[in-house]
Design a protein around this ligand. Sequence first.
Ligand code: ADP
Length: 334
Amino acid sequence: ESLTELGADPDERAVEAALRPRSLDEVIGQHRVREQLSLVLEAARSRERTPDHVLLSGPPGLGKTTLAMIIAAEMSRPLRLTSGPAITHAGDLAAILSGLNEGDVLFVDEIHRMSRPAEEMLYLAMEDFRVDVIIGKGPGATAIPLEIPPFTLVGATTRAGLLPGPLRDRFGFTAHLEFYEPAELDEIVRRSAGLLGVPADPEGTAEIASRSRGTPRIANRLLRRVRDYAQVRSDGVVTRDIAHRALDLFEVDHSGLDRLDRAVLDVLCRRFGGGPVGVSTLAVAVGEERETVEEVAEPFLVRVGMLARTPRGRVATPGAWTHLGLSAPAGAPF
Ligand code: ADP
């Protein structure tokens, strides 16, 4: 299992929930998104209207669900949660929409994975607060319009580019979440250590932060693994040395690359001479889904400057060769 994905572990879900910021003020980093969102919400509050639909995009673990929960909390409205893959039929969506009350916030995670008919139903619901329920089949089928109360849709997607244009256009506010800076992650790790009652040195939290792949979820997860290590092998205090040893044990390297990241680089350099190579080919070579490589591994490798996307495929940068301790062969791209 990749480090970035949230597994089914109920313990982990509980810890995640406990560590989630509950208001915009508690959110660390993402300054611009926070300010924009705060403005959108405050304006809606002062007009006593439901806020515009919000689209949040960015790699897993950067805070999309957290922001959706905060939007509902800031509007003092309940949050209804569902996900694209859970909506297989338009009827599933119709049931959810018709159960909404005025001002409810509906969070649809992985909205790019919704079925086509559901997507079309959603266009109408977002724009006119109406759905057409189709009764019957074939030439005798009739559409019965059903009014739904004004609501705010918060959609989350790993890549905004995966959404069809008509759907993307119906969001009044779109925010792209970026990977976090080490100083921000350090603040997140310190906050989480405080909430979990884990004693930690500043160098210890900094070490965890710098290996967290720019991702709060990973920062929190690594903190828990380092805590385990500190408890079992030491006196329970998270120091730099303990963090270092624990993270080596869990195969997170000093740049924060995890096993999948390294596998992608390894295949790209050793098997394909640094590319260019198509992302599907890479995915097959590392034994992962194309989506995982494209939406989880790649954005981070691009961000740390080890991989580049070119029209002809993915290529390794000089940084990738250095990271693997290899020298780029003559004729390698770059
Ligand atoms: P996503 O929905 O994008 O996959 P989540 O909202 O579930 O990500 O965030 C994962 C975890 O990371 C949450 O438990 C939350 O505690 C933490 N987190 C995310 N963003 C922040 C932030 N800006 N400040 C503090 N903690 C954060």
